[in-house]
Design a protein around this ligand. Structure first.
Ligand code: SAM
Length: 292
């Protein structure tokens, strides 16, 4: 069965009385070579377990199942579960879970697989929820090898740009804190049914085994990054002073300049290491102020 064939996908949907559900971001891949490329490149160890989010009718799931030891697929749409039983029936190494990935306890689900070996993530993500899913995967602290996802190209531009460049956002710094993102390839809208309005890109994040830069307080690091990007047009001391009411603008300006930056610098210019040092110094200044 060619699950990338538009006719086959439409027949399956009709057979199980289903419609494409826009609210679940259902744009199914129709180009088998794109599906094969994603499966080939999402991981470099065939003994790995792959967590897939949103299998749809199972086109990517099948390609993952023939390449890797185990595939666990989480699908929110209960209507697709009988379809997946039908399309994936021959694969004993696939487990389909009918749930919202945002509600699944990933640590509990994946613990036995991390004990046995490596785990990576591979998904053609529903675009309405790309960032929350990525943040959930990263913040879980689970030692995934790779996270490979298809997302909107516009989001990929932001995620895969170098920290400190003009396109970067808070998420760029956060992502680079956890790992090394790269764009693998672009995928035009005509490769999906129904066609989305935008171009897509497949990106792969190789998670750091050991983070190269570690802040003293992780919450303060995230707070600092968020504050720096919340008002991008402002200088860094001004942007920080809107979010750190505990410190005066003068104190924040000194913290910025003592790190060797100009007081006019914008937050988007900082890389992960510089954000770590900035958040450490803000953390110390707030702590010593509390002691006084
Ligand atoms: N993997 C298939 C493909 O490439 O053709 C389908 C990808 S489609 C872009 C996104 C899939 O994610 C859909 O099957 C949708 O029902 C599912 N989905 C949407 N939100 C979800 C959520 N919160 N948790 C799990 N699956 C979700």
């Amino acid at each position: 069965m060619n699950l990338c064939d538009i006719k086959t996908i439409k027949q399956l949907m009709a057979m199980f009385s289903l419609n494409f559900r826009k609210e679940f971001g259902q744009n199914f891949l129709t180009n088998v070579s794109v599906v094969e490329d994603i499966a080939d490149n999402c991981c470099d160890d065939s003994e790995s377990t792959i967590l897939e989010i949103g299998p749809g009718v199972g086109s990517l799931t099948r390609e993952l199942a023939v390449r890797y030891k185990k595939v666990i697929s989480i699908e929110i749409d209960s209507g697709l579960i009988p379809v997946l039983k039908y399309t994936l029936g021959e694969f004993s190494n696939v487990t389909v879970i009918n749930s919202d990935v945002m509600k699944v306890d990933l640590s509990e689900l994946l613990a036995p697989y991390f004990e046995r070996g490596k785990v990576s993530v591979c998904a053609n993500l529903p675009y309405y929820i790309t960032t929350p899913i990525l943040m959930k995967l990263l913040e879980s602290g689970l030692p995934f090898d790779y996270i490979t996802v298809m997302i909107q190209s516009e989001v990929a531009d932001r995620l895969c740009t170098a920290p400190g460049s003009k396109d970067c956002g808070a998420i760029t710094s956060v992502l680079n804190y956890y790992g090394k993102p790269e764009r693998l390839f672009r995928v035009g809208a005509h490769n999906f049914v129904p066609s989305p309005k935008v171009e897509s890109s497949v990106i792969r994040i190789q998670l750091h085994k050991q983070k190269p830069f570690i802040p003293e307080n992780e919450d303060m690091f995230f707070r600092t990054v968020k504050a720096a990007f919340e008002q991008r047009r402002k200088t860094l001391p001004n942007a920080l002073s809107s979010s750190f009411g505990e410190l005066s603008k003068e104190q924040l300006t000194s913290i910025v300049t003592e790190l060797g930056h100009s007081p006019d610098i914008r937050g988007e210019k900082l890389n992960v290491e510089q954000f770590c040092r900035l958040s450490d110094n803000i953390y110390h200044a707030i702590a010593s102020q509390k002691q006084e």
